[in-house]
Design a binder for this molecule. Structure first.
Ligand code: ADP
Ligand code: MG
Length: 351
């Protein structure tokens, strides 16, 4: 049985469908990443799972049980919001203890469970502090402890690291994953940060305008994006649009792009190629048999330390190519280059 099941959930605000027939199942113990641009419906979906937003149609189950009519504190969910929503006038201890107090848990048990939760998020010793006496990262840990202390079946995190600076964010990512593994709790994690989604999630869902575009393990969604949107939102993608012929796509400017994957003959199609799959070489370089090879000219390079991104002009369009920073210096602007890649890296995507 899935820990969380959403079936055909629809939520409209006026003419806008914030959730448009969303169906997904999250198995027990999974770390499920929900990724999408601002306004795509991530928070609405999370709040619907928590029962704070009631869908117009469709159904939501936690542990097989419909959540309608079940009071919030009995739904078995713990939630962490982007802005922490800690009680500023309460100590760390009382913030974490809050959910247990309202459930009438005896004082002795509250003490031991709060201590256990604070140990888990490495905040033991800070029980008496107020939220404003803590760093952003510490406040976020309090929020996490507060969500975990009630031992929910499902943890719902809405951009929990969004307010932290990059370093702290990366530290907390590692820690969050560790805590999730330790507790083994089913987690749905909302982010608009693609790298965060890729590194943390067992599976990723990409949301666009209230619809689930694609769901799968990070590598699968990255390597085989289903749609143009998925290809461009998760990572970068070069797109070739044209007419499909036997085994190749022909662009209006005359490029022939080969794909190892089937193309619909005689129809318009789009191929996506990730920038790091393309190799740059001198014009003298011949491509291996069956590989793609097109010629272009370096327009500019963007240096980013470990790698260099090149904008390359090819007939009819520009491409982005990532190259590891192995050479002593970047390729010169204006240089003519050959671009090669294997046909299995030309991925047909839906428009
Ligand atoms: P995300 O979390 O992905 O940024 P949201 O779920 O917050 O997106 O919002 C999805 C869409 O629904 C947005 O267009 C937003 O403006 C709209 N929306 C969300 N909540 C409400 C509401 N209570 N009333 C009206 N529109 C809303
Ligand atoms: Mg949101």
């Amino acid at each position: 049985m899935s820990a969380v099941e959403v079936r055909n959930a629809v939520k409209r605000y006026g003419a806008l469908a914030a959730l448009d027939e969303v169906t997904l199942a999250v198995p027990e113990g999974e770390f499920f990443g929900l990724l999408g641009p601002s306004g795509s419906g991530k928070t609405t979906l999370l709040r619907a799972i928590a029962g704070f937003v009631v869908p117009d149609s469709g159904e939501i189950r936690i542990d097989g049980q419909r959540i309608e009519g079940v009071p919030v504190h009995k739904r078995g969910i713990g939630m962490v919001f982007q802005n922490y929503a800690l009680f500023p006038h309460l100590s760390v201890f009382d913030n974490v203890a809050f959910g247990l107090s309202v459930r009438g848990v005896p004082a002795g048990e509250i003490r031991s469970r709060v201590a256990e939760a604070l140990r888990l998020v490495r905040l033991s010793g800070l029980e008496e502090r107020r939220p404003r006496q803590l760093s952003g990262g510490q406040q976020q840990r309090v929020a996490l402890a507060r969500a975990l202390v009630t031992r929910p079946k499902v943890l719902l995190l809405d951009e929990p690291l969004g307010a932290l600076d990059k370093r702290l964010r990366q530290e907390m990512q590692v820690e969050l994953k560790l805590i999730q593994r330790t507790v083994g709790i089913t987690t749905i994690f909302v982010t608009h940060d693609q790298e965060e989604a890729l590194t943390l999630s067992d599976r990723i869902a990409i949301l666009s305008e209230g619809r689930l575009v694609q769901v799968g393990p990070p590598a699968e969604v990255y390597e085989r994006p289903a749609t143009r949107f998925a290809a461009e939102f998760l990572g970068e993608a070069n797109l070739f649009a044209g007419r499909a012929e036997a085994g190749a796509l022909r662009t209006p400017s005359g490029l022939a792009i080969f794909s190892a994957l089937p193309l619909p003959p005689g129809r318009e199609a789009i191929l996506a190629v990730r920038p790091e799959k393309i190799q740059l070489a001198d014009l003298a370089m011949r491509a291996p048999d069956g590989a793609n090879r097109i010629e272009g000219r370096i327009l500019r390079s963007i240096y980013s330390g470990s790698s260099i991104a090149y904008r390359v002009e090819v007939p009819g369009q520009e491409l982005t190519v990532f190259e590891q920073n192995r050479a002593a210096r970047a390729r010169e602007e204006g240089a003519a280059v050959a671009l090669t890649w294997a046909p299995e890296h030309s991925i047909p995507v839906a428009p």
